[in-house]
Design a protein around this ligand. Structure first.
Ligand code: UDP
Length: 467
C-alpha cells in the first residue's frame, strides 16, 4: 500500500529533560526512510522557541509557538520552562503544569491552520492535548521520555499499595510482578504515600494525566528492545496502551546533524583535551537540568571528589561551592557554573571514563550510548527507579548509599568514585556498558534496527490504516 503524506505534530512539555528527547524524536521522524513524505510541526512557547530552533537546526521542521499564560499567581513572569522556576519540587510543578491548559484555545486555532495531521505525539504531562486531538480528529500518542522498567515498577507500587503501610524509609519490599526487584519508601517522592483527598491539586493533576494517557492511542518509550526486554514484554502483555520503543533517541543526534565547525572551543572542551593528551581519565559530574541539592550535600560531594584524587569535570548550578575548594583541587578538577554544556560531547570525549549522575533517563541513555559507566546518585522523581535498572538489571552502574540521615557522605563518594574509575568493579561495569552501547547503536540502524522497525510500524499504523 502506498503511503499517504505523513504530518506529525509534536508538543513537548516545557522542561529541558522532556523537550530534548522529543526534539530528537522529531529528527528521527525526519530522517526516516520516507523522509520526503514526512513533515513535522513542533509546538512550543515563545521563550522556549530559541532552544527548539537550535535543537532542530538543519532540519525542515516547522516550529509554532503559542503564548504561555501570563498572570499565573504562583509563577514569576517570564518563566516558561521548569528549569527557570525558583523551586520545582511539588510546590510549583502543579500550578505551572496546570497553567498550560490555558494554551489550549490558541493551540487548536493553530492546528486548524496546518495541513491535515496524521498523528500527534504530546507529552503525558499535557493531558489536555488529548481533547484537542479528539476535536480535530487525529490520534494522540503519549510521550514521557521514560523507560519501561520504572513505569511498570511505579505502577505496581501504587496499584498494590506496596509501601503504604511500611514505616521504615529503607526497608526493602519485593515488587510482586518482578520479585527479584526490591523498592524502598525512600525511592519515592516524600509525601507520595500519605493518603490524599481527591481535591489535592497534585493528586488531581496526576489523575487527569493518567486518565488522558490511558485514553490515548499509544505510548512511546525512550528505550530499545534489547535493553529491558522483560519489562517491555510485561508492558505489552499487561497494558491496553500500545507501547512503541523508539530509542535511544539521543543517538538520533547523529542523523541530519548540521555540524557547525566550532570556531572557539568551550573552556571545558579545551580542559578535557589537555587531560586526554596527558593520558588522564576524567569523571564527569552532573545532576541534570533542574536538580535541587542541599548545600550540605553539595559540600559532601565536593569533599568526596577532593578525597578521591581523581580528575573531574563538574557542571554545577549556583555558587554554593566555595572557591577554596577549587584552589585545593587545582588542575585536577574543573567546575562549570550555571552554563549549558553539550553533555553528549562531554560523555563522548575520549578522556571521560565515568559519570557521577542523578540518573535522569536522558543522562542514563547518553552515558550508555557513549559507553561510559555510571555512579548513580538518584535525587528525585523516577530517578531511584532508573538507578535500579542501571545498577541491578543492566549492571552498568554502581550506586552511592546514603547514611541514616539521608546524606551521602564524602567517604562513600570518594570510595565509590575510586572504585568506578580505577577498581575491578569499574572495569566490569565498563565491559557491560560497552556491550549495551553497541546494542543501542544497532537499535537505530537504518532499515534493520528494532527501534527503526518500530517507527516504521508506527507510521504504517497511523497513516495507512487510520484509527
Ligand atoms: N543537559 C545538557 N547540558 C546541560 C545540562 C543538561 O545537555 O548543561 C541535557 C542532558 O544531556 C540531558 C538533559 O539535559 O539530555 C537532562 O535530562 P535528564 O533526563 O538527564 O535530567 P533532568 O534534567 O530531566 O533531571
Amino acid at each position: 500500500m502506498e503511503l499517504e503524506k505523513v504530518h506529525v505534530v509534536l508538543f513537548p512539555y516545557l522542561s529541558k529533560g522532556h523537550m530534548i528527547p522529543m526534539l530528537q524524536l522529531a529528527r528521527l521522524l525526519l530522517s526516516h526512510s520516507f523522509a520526503g513524505d514526512i513533515s513535522v510541526t513542533v509546538f512550543t512557547t515563545p521563550l522556549n522557541r530559541p532552544f527548539v530552533v537550535d535543537s532542530l537546526s538543519g532540519t525542515n521542521a516547522t516550529i509554532v509557538d503559542v503564548p504561555f499564560p501570563d498572570k499565573v499567581p504562583e509563577i514569576p513572569p517570564g518563566v516558561e520552562c521548569t528549569d527557570k522556576l525558583p523551586a520545582l519540587s511539588s510546590t510549583l510543578f502543579v500550578p505551572f503544569t496546570r497553567a498550560t491548559k490555558s494554551m489550549q484555545a490558541d493551540f487548536e486555532r493553530e492546528l486548524m491552520l496546518l495541513p491535515r495531521v496524521s498523528f500527534m505525539v504530546s507529552d503525558g504531562f499535557l493531558w489536555w492535548t488529548l481533547e484537542s486531538a479528539r476535536k480535530l480528529g487525529f490520534p494522540r500518542i503519549v510521550f514521557l521520555g521514560m523507560n519501561c522498567a520504572s513505569t511498570v515498577i511505579c505502577d505496581s507500587v501504587f496499584q498494590n499499595q506496596l509501601l503504604s503501610n511500611v514505616k521504615s524509609e529503607t526497608e526493602p519490599v519485593s515488587v510482586p510482578e518482578f520479585p527479584w526487584i526490591k523498592v524502598r519508601k525512600c525511592d519515592f517522592v516524600k509525601d507520595m504515600f500519605d493518603s490524599k483527598s481527591t481535591t489535592d491539586p497534585g493528586f488531581k493533576l496526576i489523575l487527569d494525566q493518567v486518565t488522558s494517557m490511558n485514553q490515548s492511542q499509544g505510548i512511546i518509550f525512550n528505550t530499545f528492545d534489547d535493553l529491558e526486554p522483560v519489562f517491555i514484554d510485561f508492558y505489552k502483555r499487561n497494558r491496553e496502551l500500545k507501547p512503541w520503543t523508539l530509542g535511544p533517541l539521543c543517538c538520533v543526534n547523529n542523523f541530519l546533524e548540521y555540524e557547525v565547525e566550532e570556531m572557539v572551543k568551550p573552556s571545558w572542551m579545551k580542559w578535557l583535551d589537555k587531560k586526554r593528551d596527558k593520558g588522564c581519565n576524567v569523571l564527569y559530574v552532573a545532576f541534570g537540568s533542574q536538580a535541587e541539592i542541599s548545600r550540605k550535600q553539595l559540600e559532601e560531594i565536593a569533599l568526596g571528589l577532593e578525597e578521591s584524587k581523581v580528575s573531574f569535570l563538574w557542571v554545577v548550578k549556583g555558587n554554593e561551592i566555595g572557591k577554596g575548594f577549587e584552589e585545593r583541587v587545582g588542575e585536577r578538577g574543573m567546575m562549570v557554573r550555571d552554563e549549558w554544556v553539550d553533555q553528549r560531547k562531554i560523555l563522548e570525549h575520549e578522556s571521560v571514563r565515568g559519570f557521577l549522575s542523578h540518573c535522569g533517563w536522558n543522562s542514563m541513555m547518553e552515558s550508555i550510548c557513549s559507553e561510559v559507566p555510571i555512579l548513580a546518585f538518584p535525587l528525585a522523581a523516577e530517578q531511584p527507579l532508573n538507578a535500579i535498572l542501571v545498577v541491578e538489571e543492566l549492571r552498568v552502574a554502581e550506586r552511592v548509599v546514603a547514611a541514616s540521615e539521608g546524606l551521602v557522605r564524602r567517604e562513600e563518594i570518594a570510595e565509590k568514585v575510586k572504585e568506578l574509575m580505577e577498581g575491578e568493579k569499574g572495569k566490569e561495569l565498563r565491559r557491560n556498558v560497552e556491550a549495551y552501547g553497541k546494542m543501542a547503536k544497532k537499535a537505530l540502524k537504518d532499515g534493520i534496527g528494532s527501534s527503526w522497525k518500530n517507527l516504521d510500524n508506527l507510521i504504517n499504523q497511523f497513516c495507512n490504516n487510520g484509527t
